[in-house]
Design a protein around this ligand. Structure first.
Ligand code: ADP
Length: 257
């Protein structure tokens, strides 16, 4: 049996622990709320910009202020482009939120991953060729098992490769490699393109954070890496970024065995 003093201490410690947990919970909640608010502000801004131009071009057409057929066509083209951009943004946003809804259950199972990766690479092979990236793809010649959800992982790989295609000049290298060690299974997606400045490494996975050079590429939503990170974490994995000697961006998806 424990003495009254010990019991008292135990209660005290438990109380401290509880206080700590509660404080942490409210702190995390506050952070979560703040970032949700910022997210909504960013999203509203990114939706407002295209809708303002759509409205302007449509108004000019509706009011019959554009008589020249060529110019009418040009305005319609702008409207089409801007609305495509908005659709992409909304789809990405829904994708980012979907995995956090209470009903969402990731379908994570331990299964063979080499063949799955081969298929994903086959899916993007034409795009890689079109962009004249030199692909270096390797998987071990034995079966590799990892814990993953094919749909979530498929999107992670797709987003990382889409970025490599978008941000890297023709003739640069793209390496996709499946590696297994005692601890984990890794998919490395590395390129020798423009790289990501070190000061952006911690924030680049946040929604709407884009590099300066990326701003000239219209069509991006700034959500690709945020989705990739969230999907990876939903599978119990992690997603990291580093630079190598010869390679400028190395994204690594770490999965449990
Ligand atoms: P988006 O590509 O739509 O801008 P992402 O979240 O996918 O959004 O990427 C965020 C930013 O990270 C990009 O704007 C770009 O600056 C940078 N980036 C991502 N992948 C690469 C890459 N492979 N090489 C260079 N820069 C990259």
């Amino acid at each position: 049996s424990i003495s009254a003093e010990k019991e008292f201490n135990l209660i005290g410690e438990t109380f401290n622990y509880m206080a700590d947990v509660i404080e942490r919970a409210t702190y995390e909640k506050r952070i979560a709320q703040e970032s949700k608010q910022r997210l909504m502000m960013d999203l509203s801004h990114d939706l407002k910009t295209p809708i303002t131009s759509i409205h302007g071009y449509a108004q000019a057409l509706v009011e019959g202020r554009v008589e020249d057929k060529q110019r009418q066509k040009k305005y319609l083209f702008y409207i089409y482009n801007k609305s495509t951009q908005m659709t992409r943004l909304i789809q990405n946003m829904l994708e980012l939120f979907k995995v956090d809804t209470p009903n969402f259950r990731p379908n994570v199972e331990r299964k063979e991953i080499g063949e799955f990766l081969r298929e994903r690479i086959a899916d993007v092979y034409d795009d890689v060729e079109r962009n004249a990236l030199l692909l270096n793809f390797s998987v071990p010649d034995h079966e590799v098992y990892a814990q993953y959800d094919p749909e979530l992982l498929g999107r992670v790989i797709q987003n990382l490769i889409a970025n490599a295609l978008l941000y890297n000049p023709a003739g640069t290298h793209l390496r996709v490699e499946l590696v297994e060690d005692d601890q984990e299974v890794r998919i490395e997606i590395a390129d020798t393109g423009i790289g990501i400045p070190k000061e952006l490494w911690t924030t680049i996975f946040d929604p709407f954070v884009r590099g300066d050079q990326a701003r000239t590429h219209t069509g991006g939503t700034g959500l690709g890496l945020a989705i990739a990170l969230k999907n990876t974490e939903k599978m119990g994995g992690t997603l990291t970024l580093r630079s190598g000697d010869e390679e400028s961006s190395i994204f690594t998806i770490h999965l449990k065995k």
